[in-house]
Write a protein that binds this ligand. Structure first.
Ligand code: ATP
Ligand code: MG
Length: 183
């Protein structure tokens, strides 16, 4: 999956609509402390279905909405759109009609999150599965947070296996088995 564009609107410090072009190869984000580099990565994780406020460095999910500053009032919603290049039609069935797959997540105060794939409303689970199958999900080892390397080294074998399974692209299967067992 090649991500091509990340669009933020009202997400954390990105109060004004902001676009990040993601080209093939390595993308570096540089800037002074507090300019929003980590917020960008969190936006990427969030649009892929991250649901743990702690992974967003917040106390609740609504903390991702721009909270206001001395000169700007707080916003009522936050939206992140991720464009994925689908020219080769590699996206799974149901997500595969267009050259670009656009995944949108929007959170509104007191109304929770809603997701779209292109223009279609979808469930959080559909998005989480999409990225789990592609091994790029919000828990993916492709996104390495500060301190995670040490965590990998120090983790117990079972936890380490989970990380390797995610990298191997089979963690979506576990989720489906778990759901099948609950039925
Ligand atoms: P460093 O180089 O120190 O790691 P960084 O570039 O990674 O910095 P971030 O941690 O991404 O910076 O950005 C932190 C900034 O985002 C802080 O100024 C914080 O106030 C702001 N911020 C976080 N959440 C919100 C929010 N909900 N509303 C407004 N601003 C926010
Ligand atoms: Mg940072």
């Amino acid at each position: 999956m090649q991500f091509s564009r990340l669009k933020l609107n009202g997400f954390k410090s990105f109060v004004d609509p902001t676009e990040l072009l993601i080209q093939e190869g390595l993308t570096g984000v540089v800037g002074p402390n507090g300019c929003g580099k980590s917020n960008l990565l969190e936006a990427l994780r969030w649009v892929m279905g991250e649901n743990r406020p702690s992974a967003m460095r917040g106390g609740g999910m609504e903390d991702v909405i721009f909270a206001g500053a001395s000169t700007r009032p707080a916003r009522n919603f936050a939206e992140v759109v991720l464009h994925i290049d689908n020219g080769e039609r590699l996206a799974p069935a149901g997500f595969n009609d267009e050259d670009t797959l656009e995944v949108t997540r929007r959170i509104t105060r007191d109304a929770g999150s809603a997701y779209k794939a292109n223009t279609k409303d979808v469930r959080a689970r559909d998005i989480q599965m999409l990225f789990a199958d592609a091994s790029t999900g919000s828990h993916s080892p492709a996104l390495v947070r500060q301190g995670q390397i040490a965590q990998l080294i120090n983790s117990k074998p079972k936890a380490r296996r989970r990380i390797l399974e995610e990298a191997a692209g089979i963690s979506g299967l576990y989720q489906r088995r778990h759901e099948a067992e609950l039925k």
